[in-house]
Write a protein that binds this ligand. Structure first.
Ligand code: DC
Length: 221
């Protein structure tokens, strides 16, 4: 039977690196759920749609042709025949995606699309509502956490490595803001799913976190 491993947690808790590591170790598919919210946002922006106009964003999503497939061990998608990758990481998408991710109809479309990916095989999916909404019945639900200071340090190092000139205090402030938005929004706020195992990675290495989760999944057969 296919396994769905759910990895949720706040910004900069290490979800992406951990999920990719688990996928590689177990030889299963990696799914970045946030990419889909970013994909809807990218489509809206390239069609000139105002992302605060929910009805227009929904119409834009419904009019597009979506196709899901697996590439290099990761789930990916095309929109009207184009496969956005780097485009999803740009500033415009980053600044508009929160508007799109709060629209209930968009969340419904994304959640159903994410659930259908199980047809491709076992997977590890990172996000904010994977254990609570997308795969609530999975026995493999994990919530990654780390002290805000540690998460801010990690994000800061990532930004510096990517050549961005951000101030450490601003990174901390921006994380605090994202934490608040993620955990207080009305639709699917970030909470620990019932039955999820909480892993505090503050003083763990990436490898230790991956191994902890892989051992739990393997122990289950
Ligand atoms: O993880 P990310 O930065 O790519 O997420 C992009 C946006 O989508 C962010 O506003 C949080 C939201 N998101 C969500 O609401 N639910 C998910 N499962 C994943 C992302």
């Amino acid at each position: 039977m296919n396994k769905a491993i759910a990895i949720d947690g706040p910004s900069a808790s290490g979800k992406s690196s951990v999920s990719k590591g688990i996928a590689a170790e177990l030889g299963i598919m990696y799914v970045d759920s946030g990419a889909l919210y970013r994909g809807v946002t990218w489509q809206a922006l390239r069609k000139g749609v105002d992302t605060t106009d929910s009805a227009a964003v929904i119409e834009c999503m419904l009019n597009a042709e979506w196709d899901f497939f697996v590439q290099d061990g990761a789930s990916t998608f095309s929109i009207d025949g184009d496969v956005p990758v780097q485009e999803l990481r740009g500033k415009e998408v980053r600044e508009n995606v929160a508007n799109v991710a709060v629209i209930p109809e968009i969340r419904k479309f994304v959640v159903e699309s994410l659930q259908s990916l199980e047809n491709f095989g076992s997977l590890v999916m990172e996000g904010r509502d994977i254990g609570t909404v997308v795969f609530p019945d999975s026995p493999y639900k994990f919530y990654l956490d780390a002290d805000p200071e540690e998460r801010a340090k990690r994000r800061y190092r990532e930004l510096v490595a990517a050549g961005e000139s951000e101030k450490a205090e601003e990174v901390m402030e921006s994380l605090r803001r994202r934490d608040k938005i993620d955990s207080t929004r009305k639709t699917d706020p970030l909470v620990v799913a019932p039955g999820a195992q909480v892993i505090d990675s503050t003083s763990m290495t990436l490898e230790e976190v991956i191994q902890t989760i892989v051992d739990i999944v393997r122990a289950d057969g």
